[in-house]
Design a protein. Structure first.
Length: 749
């Protein structure tokens, strides 16, 4: 839980509450939008305002128990953002209000609990007005009605459609938006115009001035769901009631929901939601000397990865690399469930091994980025599916049959082998992978317009993919192993021969065979081809010293720059990346996803100090770039930090929640920094710790066993399981057994 002591945060500090069919954003003043989620598509049902007003019938005072929009001085304010709830407490003129909201485990609704406590010594007569914005259906028109018998506000408009034939398809959408309370309201409103009286939200609404809502049903206008509850609260007394909002297909569904949601039903739903959260996020827990890292890894990053994976970053228009990497991180949270998301992506692969990078998940006709040829899709299939196999500890998954997009089925092994072979056959004149319209850095869409441009990064990632896949190929085919090793050796030779420029690795070659991203190209240094050269095992000791020295120039207090210098004007050779604002995204920001690649490179080098340094600087709680400077709520990893060193915005967060950084940091902390690594044979212990970390503990579930591991720095390597020393570094596994493991590792100092 993160507690915020002021409504005046550096930016809007938003929590996200969700299940697989509903999503809501909740700011530190409880503002935000709510959406229905259908096959990853978000359809708004509640707009951005959630206003609450309190009217004291004796003093005639009006204030907001969530501070906005009237912003009156308060005596006490705190907003708590939890993993599955948000709660705002405020005290004003001796009335304490507590407003709590959560999204149940399933269904399309949100449940608000309002508690009011009289801290004074006299009875207080209070009206509580709540106003929620119903999403506007637009030109089809709509109506909002009040069910007098069941005390339900229902807003409905027939879903928008263009063609006559679409009518039948859209009529089953969840287009009935509702608001009801477990206690009948004293009055209600449906019209935003009637409730507020004007467009100025900074004044007291007409309904509050009049001490009563209009109770006029709404037709073809901008709707809201507003209710008034009136209470006489004894001195020291507390009252509590609930507000339930959501979406349904028809009124019958709403009535069914209301029948379940008396006070006992709401309490049961809340307990169920908490239990589900504990089960989802309880697969591992760490205790290290870094409390900020502990908190992020144990709670918030699990939530970030879960949301990104299960709701596909809130979109049906996406690249396979995002879906696969998010699900890769989710394998640590729920390896069994992660299969479903990865298998869905794998089924998009063609029989020749290629997979289109950008695509629609809902069958929409390809357009925009979906028409471009980004060439890195097959690489992410291999990288991420190999992680899935490890995290499930089950090599037999390689034999699972998955369909191809253009017909027929193949085992996962065959899918991945074809992905590697495809990439190994799409090579340019320097022996590097063709870049097409872009690689991981997809706005580099200029260098390969004629079909001849090459990507050093893709080639390095292919080498790494082969290294990972060889572990499984050994169990399947000696012939495959021989072919893969031959391909790998050639790729290594070609990258080292053509891309090394004397101080670092070039980013590749354009259609004319001229290197880009080297000393001759404006001295431009691209981080990813340096980090992945290390990850892929290309760099010898002599070259490594030079390379690390070159990388020094990319370092900032909050991680390495992705590219330096950034583009300040259009560069027709590089393409779209050069028109992005310098210092943002791929054009010279500290792109946190790429920072994790660099951290992985440090892990490959077994440099615990450097590995931890990149991780800690990326954290939103970093001492070098704290929340008051980066401006973000410190419970998630952002997409990037602003990277222009001479700008007053240097280090500012993008405030962008959607990023593969979360998945990679989870993997790196658990499996590289702490070294509790999943393999098909069991858990392997191989920490890569920074100086000063002399002891730490990790609990981790793997398959059906649970391990409680204590790591300590000693003079000799020793692994004790339940007090007995074992041979090797793979922990034993037995169904449903809990192990007490004590590991003493050789000193890393």
């Amino acid at each position: 839980m993160y507690e915020i002591g002021t409504p005046y945060t550096p930016s809007v500090w938003t929590n996200y509450l969700f299940n697989d069919t509903y999503h809501m954003a909740v700011s530190q003043t409880l503002q935000g939008e709510s959406s229905i989620v259908t096959h990853y598509n978000r359809q708004p049902c509640m707009t951005g305002y959630r206003y609450f007003y309190m009217y004291d019938h004796d003093t005639k005072e009006v204030w907001n128990p969530n501070h906005v929009p009237l912003r009156k001085p308060y005596d006490y304010f705190t907003c708590k953002h939890g993993l599955g709830f948000s709660e705002l407490c405020m005290t004003y003129k001796q009335i304490k209000s507590k407003i709590h909201v959560f999204v149940p485990k399933g269904g399309c609704n949100e449940i608000w609990t309002v508690s009011l406590t009289n801290l004074s010594e006299t009875r207080r007569n209070i009206s509580f007005f709540s106003a929620f914005g119903f999403y506007d259906h637009g030109v089809m028109g709509g109506a909002c009605t009040y069910d007098e018998e069941n005390h339900i506000l229902v807003k409905y408009a027939f879903p928008y459609h263009t063609f006559y034939e679409e009518k039948e398809a859209v009529e089953k959408k969840l287009s009935h938006f509702y608001l009801f309370s477990d206690e009948p309201p004293a009055s209600w409103d449906m019209s935003k115009r009637k409730f507020f009286g004007c467009d100025d939200s900074d004044v007291v609404p007409d309904a509050v001035k009049n001490k009563r809502c209009s109770q006029v049903e709404g037709e073809a206008e901008e709707f809201c769901g507003a209710m008034q509850h009136v209470y006489s609260i004894d001195a020291g007394g507390t009252i509590q009631f609930h507000l339930i909002l959501g979406a349904a297909q028809n009124k019958e569904q709403i009535l069914q929901m209301k029948s379940k949601l008396d006070k006992a039903g709401i309490k049961e739903m809340w307990e169920s939601a908490k239990q589900h959260e504990e089960e989802q996020l309880g697969r591992f827990h760490i205790t290290t000397p870094d409390d900020n890292l502990n908190h992020l890894i144990n709670f918030w990053l699990k939530k970030q990865v879960t949301l990104l994976t299960r709701q596909n970053r809130g979109t049906t228009y996406c690249p396979t690399r995002n879906r696969l990497q998010d699900a890769m991180g989710y394998t640590l949270v729920d390896p069994e469930e992660a299969k479903k998301y990865m298998f869905d992506v794998l089924a998009l692969q063609r029989k020749d091994g290629f997979i289109q990078q950008w695509h629609f998940t809902d069958g929409t006709k390809p357009r925009g980025l979906c028409l471009l040829n980004h060439t890195d899709g097959p690489l992410w299939l291999v990288i991420c599916l190999c992680v899935l196999i490890r995290q499930n500890g089950d090599i037999s998954l390689m034999n699972v049959q998955i369909p191809y997009a253009d017909g027929g089925d193949g085992t996962i092994y065959e899918h991945l082998y074809k992905a590697i072979r495809y990439m190994g056959e799409q090579l340019g004149e320097h022996g590097l992978c063709l870049i097409g319209d872009g690689d991981w850095n997809d706005p580099i869409n200029g260098v390969g317009r004629a079909g001849k441009g090459e990507s050093a990064w893709s080639t390095m990632a292919l080498i790494y993919s082969i290294n990972q896949f060889l572990e499984y190929a050994k169990e399947q085919s000696i012939e495959d192993v021989t072919l893969l090793k031959t391909l790998k050796n050639k790729l290594v030779d070609d990258v080292n021969h053509h891309c090394w420029s004397g101080a670092w690795y070039a980013a590749g070659f354009d259609d004319n065979g001229i290197a880009y991203g080297d000393e001759k190209d404006h001295n431009r240094l691209f981080l990813n081809t340096q980090s992945w050269a290390i990850i892929a095992g290309l760099v010898d000791e002599e070259r490594l010293k030079v390379l690390l020295q070159s990388i020094e120039r990319l370092k900032t207090p909050f991680g390495p720059l992705l590219i330096d210098p950034p583009f300040k004007e259009w560069d027709s050779r590089w393409g779209r990346i050069s028109v992005k604002k310098a210092g943002t995204t791929e054009n010279g920001s500290v792109y946190c996803h790429a920072s994790m690649f660099m951290a992985f490179a440090e892990a490959v080098r077994q440099d615990g100090n450097a590995l931890y340094d990149v991780i800690r600087r990326t954290l939103p709680t970093s001492a070098e770039n704290p929340p008051e400077k980066n401006l973000q709520l410190p419970v998630y990893l952002p997409n990037y930090y602003y990277g222009l060193k001479d700008s007053p915005h240097f280090g500012r967060s993008s405030l962008h929640y959607n990023t593969g950084t979360a998945a990679w940091m989870l993997m790196l902390v658990i499996e590289e920094l702490l070294g509790i690594k999943a393999t098909v044979k069991g858990l392997q212990i191989k920490p890569c710790l920074p100086d000063g970390w002399d002891s730490l503990s990790v609990s981790r579930k793997f398959k059906k066993a649970e391990y409680n591991i204590e790591l300590m720095i000693g003079k000799e390597e020793m692994i004790l399981v339940d007090g007995e020393e074992i041979q090797g570094d793979i922990l034993p596994y037995e169904d449903n057994r809990g192990y007490r493991v004590k590991v003493v590792v050789a000193s890393h100092k």
